[in-house]
Design a protein around this ligand. Structure first.
Ligand code: G4P
Length: 531
């Protein structure tokens, strides 16, 4: 049992995700954070589990070890009396939908930028999701041990993409082979760079106090003089760090470092503990849910097929929103009022899957089930609640799907419905008579994975065929009659998704514009929120 009250437990939770473009250093930084928090002893264990981002065949191979990927997708550790939940986001960009949903379950994000490349496309999309939710962001600019972009340019790039004020907490002195370390602007001292350590350092970094200390100029010459000029420039130009502005998503503290060399990692971890918010209230349609209230509530933000494909069991990842979860308690699913009594719920303490004894707001628990829990489901002790905000994005790629053996049509439907519920792919049922089911994806790899899983998990040989659609928009209208009329008049272009939400399918952006002009009272959405 916990020695803390629920309120104290909530106050010491920090739940965050790392967002980055592939190769910026997310895996390396994750590993180093675990190392500094004492959750692992030697770096290498996360790296070994990193899913391939390149080929479907590699992904399938990784899939065979799905238990491992389940276990490493949430990592819990303790640091300075805080309980840190680090939620992994899939590395492959084809799974970015999954990433967006993971971002709904965190209270802060750590953005990693490769200093040689600056802000890259995939980071921008993830940032938009964070911005839409005003998620506070801490920025880590990585790989200063390489020849990289000038730091002032990087800062400017971050500022223009994030559309928030950037407050450098540290500033690099030199780069690449000449990388000497960073100047800690807050503490007014320089930390000297040391390279290549994969164990938690026993000793503190070497430091030199004071921006005006002559020793710095003596030791680092021109590189230091330039850095000092930049620091002074920034101190005059950028605002001081304001905690409220950070929490509101209007300011981001920036750190420079080199994850592979453990350099700058501790500062980021300390900033997370010190500045990132504890879990806050969540807005349900019915009422505001406070994290420290007595009763348990939680939301399923991710569903992942589990180890044994033959049994089709899945793990629902539930972010606790309030109260305390205890093993064996009865929970009610708000969607259909069904009661579940999960016994073998797992927690994710430092990557080992362990049976959970208790969990508080901000924690993630994994509930194995056979399909009873869907994405977006709310679990409570009895109250009916609906949380909004779990996003589904309009697919950008479409394929029609057909079963090779017509006798297995039913299995195809079952398989696709379940994979759709899991969020692996979006499934659309066109209204037009005789039309085959349509699959919608954000990335090409999703199709391959679905065909593979249909075969191995449902015994269905399915084949993909080109679809005549290239984009979809969910449609709504304030007046139900307007919507009904629209759906009727455009039946050949309408399809329903797994939750029976209607979507308009178009062959080209021009076609979409024409209907948008013709039906000004119908709203076309690129994103659907569950709830
Ligand atoms: P990701 O999860 O964001 O995709 O990135 P990951 O951590 O795998 O890092 C991508 C590459 O960048 C890796 O090299 C990693 O070693 C390297 N890297 C990470 N941090 C730093 C750093 O601070 N400095 C430098 N110079 N490199 C860094 P790789 O060649 O793809 O893999 P590996 O052969 O090192 O395992």
């Amino acid at each position: 049992m916990s020695i803390h009250s629920t309120k104290q437990e909530v106050a010491r939770r920090r739940t965050f995700a790392i967002i980055s473009h592939p190769d910026a250093g997310k895996t390396t930084l994750t590993e180093k954070i675990l190392l500094f928090a004492g959750a692992i002893q030697i770096a290498g264990s996360v790296k070994a589990r990193k899913a391939s981002r390149h080929a479907a065949s590699d992904w399938m191979e990784i899939e065979k070890q799905r238990g491992i990927s389940v276990a490493s997708s949430v990592m819990q550790m303790e640091y300075q009396d805080c309980v840190i939940n680090l939620l992994d986001t899939p590395g492959h960009q084809d799974f970015s939908e999954d990433t967006y949903r993971v971002l709904t379950a965190v209270d802060a994000a750590l953005m990693v930028i490769d200093a040689a490349n600056g802000v890259e496309p995939q980071t921008i999309r993830l940032l938009e999701v964070c911005r839409a939710r005003n998620t506070p962001i801490i920025t880590f600019i990585n790989k200063l041990d390489r020849e990289v972009k000038p730091p002032l340019d990087l800062i400017q790039e971050v500022e223009s993409h994030l559309r928030m004020d950037v407050v450098p907490f540290s500033w690099p002195i030199g780069m690449g082979k000449q990388f000497a370390g960073v100047f800690d602007v807050q503490l007014d001292r320089m930390r000297l760079f040391q390279s290549g350590r994969d164990r938690r350092p026993e000793q503190e970094d070497q430091t030199i106090e004071g921006l005006n200390n002559p020793e710095l100029e003596q030791k680092f010459g021109q590189a230091f003089l330039q850095a000092r000029e930049e620091i002074e420039l920034l101190q005059a130009a950028s605002p001081a760090f304001d905690h409220e502005a950070f929490l509101a998503g209007r300011q981001t503290p920036v750190f420079f470092g080199s994850a592979i060399n453990n350099f700058g990692v501790q500062e980021v971890l300390e900033a997370l503990v010190k500045y990132a918010p504890a879990p806050g209230p969540r807005q349900a349609l019915e009422r505001t849910v406070n994290p420290d209230e007595g009763k348990f509530t939680g939301v399923v933000f991710k569903v992942q097929a589990n180890m044994d494909p033959a049994h089709r069991d899945r793990v629902a990842f539930v972010r606790v929103s309030s109260g305390q979860f205890n093993r064996g308690m009865r929970l009610k699913v708000s969607r259909n009022q069904k009661e579940i009594r999960p016994n073998n719920v797992v927690s994710f303490l430092s990557q080992r899957r362990e049976l959970v004894e208790e969990a508080f707001a901000g924690d993630v628990i994994g509930i194995p089930n056979h399909g009873i829990l869907h994405l977006g489901d709310v679990l409570t002790e009895g109250e009916v609640l609906h949380f909004t905000g779990l996003p589904f994005f309009a697919p950008e790629l479409f394929q029609a799907v057909e079963v090779k053996d017509p006798l297995r049509t039913k299995q195809l439907r079952t398989g696709l419905t379940q994979l759709g519920e899991e969020g692996a792919i979006q499934v659309f049922r066109p209204v037009a008579a005789g039309a085959t089911l349509l699959l919608g994806a954000v990335g090409q790899l999703q199709f391959e994975v679905v065909i593979h899983r249909l075969k191995t998990e449902y015994g269905v040989e399915a084949r993909l065929m080109p679809a005549r659609f290239t984009l979809a928009r969910w449609v709504t209208a304030d007046d139900p009659k307007v919507l009904a009329k629209f759906l009727d008049a455009n039946a050949a272009q309408i399809a329903y998704d797994v939750v029976e939400a209607p979507a308009y399918l178009a062959g080209s952006p021009a076609q979409l514009r024409v209907v948008q002009d013709r039906y000004p009272d119908v709203q076309f959405h690129t994103m659907r929120e569950h709830g």
